[in-house]
Design a protein around this ligand. Structure first.
Ligand SMILES: Cc1cc2nc3c(=O)[nH]c(=O)nc-3n(C[C@H](O)[C@H](O)[C@H](O)COP(=O)(O)OP(=O)(O)OC[C@H]3O[C@@H](n4cnc5c(N)ncnc54)[C@H](O)[C@@H]3O)c2cc1C
Length: 472
């Protein structure tokens, strides 16, 4: 493959910066063009959520490019969910019974800046900012950018163009508008949106709530979550319907009603948020949606990666992790088909799409789980039992959450298939009062529970497999 030929990456977000770094490490000449200002030099909000949960699939990608130690210093481990119930009671629910399994809160801006710095330092990767891609001629591999400062338009021709320009991708739009091939595309919005708020640190810079947890205030049809930041603050996100229920984004229109809503639903959070009203009216309300499309590539000319190819709702904390995993998986195909971009793109997409479709579906499932089920007694019993199983039989039992979040060598699709069957097995047996859930049972009793759960899971997987083949 002629590495002197130019590669253009549209969008220097999390995925584009990592991709540029990896391609640069492989010796390609890479030009990355980003619509926003350089986040290392301006005090801009780095995009959507201020902080994110980084987990094992994302960390595997950091290892691929050798920045795992630098990234670790930006992370705050979150070992479980701190649930804040309606009555004010709180309880901690670990993400796993294995102590080495936790997720990490990390700043989007700091992580992106680190990846850009590392890529730039290679010498063969250049970044340009404030240039928005308007369209791409996918046949001639030419992208048109508009400079946001001068309003001048420039054309960039490249041997290969990668679209890593996020959920609203201009590259993807060019696929759609080109009408050169059969391009399938779907975009589904939730009826809920989100708004970012904050819990500021104490005057001494300390955290006002338990630091090593992802805080959740589940309230059935809506919820509040909070993730810690290195400066002692928490970024708080409200997920709420645009127009349903007694309180919604459409009717929260003045400080009194916003305060009334928080006082009624999240009084313990309100106590920590004297800045609530300012945050609420200064910060935007943004939509949440799922984007699926195919194919991701056009010939050997262009390829979509990250949210541009598969944007998902944020409830599994996996969008960035999946976008990083795209780069890890893509990298393998670069090895296999050196010199043939079209085969590289085609085979990568064929192997990858089932996994990104699976995490899109899992993320939607988790919306219901987080806002509703975590406070539900059967669900809580199931979580307690799973933690017991993971603690005493760490090599034999992996919950769905663990399969998805901490098992980076298992594809999302396989994690989903096994995890869903296992959930169904446990929940059915608990609902039928047909499973010992006593937290103080002996290890022998627990082993019997494990064997029954694993057996029932295999039966469900087999039944589902048979049901699927019968469609044909
Ligand atoms: C509220 C919320 C919380 C989330 N929490 C998590 C989490 O905890 N864990 C997790 O793994 N994921 C999370 N995600 C998902 C995560 O943010 C995305 O999956 C991730 O940002 C995808 O990276 P990307 O580089 O593909 O896209 P983006 O991060 O969106 O980057 C796209 C880049 O392209 C640029 N761009 C856009 N259009 C153009 C254009 N026309 N020309 C040039 N440049 C352009 C943008 O400015 C941006 O820099 C969350 C998302 C949301 C909305």
């Amino acid at each position: 493959m002629n590495k002197q030929k130019s590669i253009l990456v549209v969008g220097a977000g999390l995925c584009g910066s990592l991709l540029a770094l990896r391609l640069g490490q492989r010796g390609y000449n890479v030009r990355v063009v980003e619509s926003r200002p350089d986040l290392r030099r301006t005090n801009i909000n780095s995009g959507r959520s201020i902080n994110l949960a980084l987990s094992d699939r994302g960390i595997k990608a950091m290892r691929l490019v050798g920045v795992q130690d630098k990234v670790r210093s930006l992370c705050i481990p979150m070992n479980g969910r701190m649930i804040h119930e309606s009555g004010g009671n709180t309880f901690f629910s670990p993400y796993s019974g294995r102590t080495d399994e936790f997720i990490n809160s990390i700043s989007r801006g700091q992580l992106t800046a680190l990846l850009i710095d590392e890529a730039e330092a290679l010498g063969n990767v250049v970044f340009e900012f404030d240039k928005k891609c308007k369209e791409v001629d996918i046949e001639t591999r030419t992208a048109i950018f508009r400079d946001k400062k001068t309003a001048r338009e420039t054309e960039i021709n490249a041997h290969v163009i990668f679209g890593t320009d996020g959920a609203g991708s201009a590259v993807r739009k060019s696929y759609f508008l080109s009408k050169r091939f059969l391009f399938s595309y779907s975009q589904n919005y939730l009826s809920h949106g989100y708004k970012e708020l904050s819990i500021l640190p104490t005057k001494k810079g300390e955290f006002r709530a338990q630091k090593n947890a992802l805080h959740i205030w589940p309230r059935g049809n809506f919820m509040l979550i909070a993730l810690p930041n290195l400066d002692g603050s928490f970024t708080v996100t409200l997920f709420l319907s645009y127009d349903e229920g007694p309180y919604n984004f459409k009717n929260l229109t003045n400080p009194e009603i916003v305060t009334e809503f928080f006082d009624k639903e999240f009084p313990d959070a309100l106590e920590l948020m004297p800045n609530l009203v300012d945050d609420f009216f200064n910060n935007p309300t943004a939509p949440l949606g799922t984007v699926k499309c195919s194919p991701w590539h056009y010939k050997g000319n262009t390829l979509l990666l990250g949210d541009a190819a598969h944007a998902i709702v944020p409830f599994y904390g996996q969008g960035m992790n999946a976008s990083f995993e795209d780069v890890v998986e893509f990298d393998k195909f670069l090895d296999t088909h050196q010199g043939d971009w079209e085969t590289t793109f085609k085979t990568f997409e064929k192997s990858r799409k089932k996994d990104t479709d699976a995490i899109a579906d899992l993320a939607l499932d988790n919306f219901v789980e987080m806002r509703d089920h975590v406070a539900n007694p059967i669900f809580q019993k199931k979580r307690q039992l799973e933690t017991l199983l993971e603690t005493h039989f760490p090599d034999e039992y992996l919950s769905k959450y663990s399969l998805v979040t901490f098992n980076e060598n298992l594809g999302y699709h396989e994690a989903m298939t096994r995890g869903r069957a296992q959930d169904k097995a446990i929940l059915n047996m608990i609902a039928d009062r047909n499973l010992n859930t006593n937290p103080n049972m002996s290890k022998t009793e627990l082993k019997k529970v494990l064997d029954r759960v694993l057996k029932e899971t295999e039966t469900i997987i087999e039944e589902d497999r048979l049901a699927q083949t019968m469609h044909y």
